[in-house]
Design a protein around this ligand. Structure first.
Ligand code: NZQ
Ligand code: ZN
Length: 386
């Protein structure tokens, strides 16, 4: 096992009725900016519940943060934060609203001239404006981690940011919010969380027995609850397990002391930036090519995954590894997610070259757990996803 230092300061309020308790988690004299997305919270009752529990605070609202939070829109919110002397941010939404809020948390205290530098120059945030979240869509784990992804339509870029100052102070996880989520977003959440685990697991063995089993148990739980939650979003038992699995998939726990990959995400982000494909679907497009291309360096973990998660007991290590890749593709497809780029756009030719050129220009010379996935490897992997 590798060395690690681990701290996760986010307080979780999990379960039915927890939204009303957020009133106790916000500092007494706070001036709050409540941030939300395109309006789903106004239809499903979450807005009313949150407003009620904020009644003792001075609150300003900012709605309209789009999926794949857009820089230009966030800059409007930043103006409000400054003009109104906001002291606390409350994100009510899925990964997009929470990530947008993390950007604002960083930008509000940023001393440079150009907030985009936080993303383009990868400036880590050591201290941000404090914020809490009410999660409305299990998927990203953003509610309990310190990373964010922001999009800039103008330049078709989608970049990551983060730092220890960007953990939410608290996050409310009420599985009842799952009820109103459309099937497409449930499928996205399952696929995103599943891939988050894979990115931190499908590397090479370092004898981290507990982390491996944590990871495998999250994968198994997602596989088990997927049919139930897709069938009936008001199944509270399934919703609870779905929600907590998504959070645990990317709150830092399973990545301690082990190598992690994240190349699928880096390639996937480009597909969202170029074609607007939902984040989770981009991962399903890239995964098979990535694991097949890198089978040799990942085969020990791929075979272990095939055995322990999918009960594949027959065959050589290579055969088990390949079967594991196949099972992964079938899992995405079982959620109703298409796994080839050409199923999303007719305009796919040349994508591999565009992405590999972008990585070259950004100096992303070696992705993956060993830093060996070069821009030319990226080109081949993306081509395999056509
Ligand atoms: O905008 P509204 O009207 O609220 O509708 C949203 C949105 O259209 C809707 N929705 C959310 N909760 C709902 C609901 N509809 C009905 N009932 C509810 N309870 O769902 C749609 C998608 O929401 P979004 O927040 O975009 O989805 P998700 O949570 O999948 O977030 C995706 C974003 O997170 C980033 C992605 O790149 C993408 O930009 N990620 C963030 C990560 C992180 N911070 O750690 C890691 C991930 O790998 C990912 O990259
Ligand atoms: Zn993801």
């Amino acid at each position: 096992m590798n060395n690690f230092q681990y701290k996760n300061p986010t307080k979780i309020l999990f379960g039915k009725g927890q939204i009303e308790n957020l009133t106790n988690e916000i500092p007494e004299n706070a001036k709050v900016l409540m941030l939300y997305g395109g309006g789903s919270i106004k239809k499903n009752g979450i807005y009313d519940q949150v407003s009620k529990s904020l009644s003792k605070f001075e609150v300003i609202e900012f709605g309209g943060i789009p999926a794949n939070p857009e820089y230009e829109v966030l800059m409007e919110a930043l103006d409000i934060i400054k003009a109104e002397n906001i002291t606390f941010l409350l994100a009510v939404g899925g990964g997009s609203v929470i990530d947008g809020t993390k950007f604002l948390s960083a930008a509000a205290l940023y001393e440079g001239d150009e907030p985009w530098d936080i993303l383009s120059k990868n400036i880590r945030t050591l201290k941000g404006m404090p914020f809490g979240t009410v999660l409305t869509l299990p998927a990203t784990g953003s509610e309990m981690n310190s990373g964010a992804v922001v999009t800039r339509a103008e330049t078709k870029e989608k970049l990551t940011m983060g730092g220890p100052g960007l953990f939410p102070v608290f996050s409310v996880l009420d599985p009842e919010v799952v009820k109103s989520i459309p099937k497409r977003q449930i499928a996205n959440g399952l696929a995103d969380a599943f891939t988050h685990v894979l990115e931190q697991y499908m590397t090479y063995p370092v004898d981290a027995k507990l982390q491996d089993r944590f990871a495998e148990s999250i994968l198994q739980t997602l596989i088990e609850v997927a049919p139930a939650i897709l069938k009936d979003t008001s199944d509270y038992k399934a919703a609870s397990n779905f929600m907590w699995s998504c959070t645990m998939a990317l709150n830092g726990l399973i990545q301690q002391g082990v190598p992690s990959d994240w190349a699928i995400h880096m390639m996937g982000h480009e597909l969202t930036a170029l074609f607007g494909i939902d984040h989770a679907r981009t991962l399903a497009i890239i995964a098979e090519g990535h694991y097949t291309y890198n089978l040799d360096s990942k085969k020990d973990k791929l075979a272990q995954y095939a055995e322990r998660v999918w009960n594949i007991t027959e065959g050589t290590k290579e055969e088990k590894a390949s079967a594991g890749i196949q099972k992964t593709t079938e899992f995405y497809q079982s959620l109703g997610i298409k796994t080839k780029l050409s199923e999303y756009t007719e305009d796919y030719k040349g994508t591999a070259q565009i992405i590999s050129k972008r990585f070259e220009e950004r100096g992303w010379k070696g992705l993956g757990e060993k830093g060996k996935v070069s821009p030319s490897d990226v080109e081949k992997i993306v081509e395999m996803s056509y």
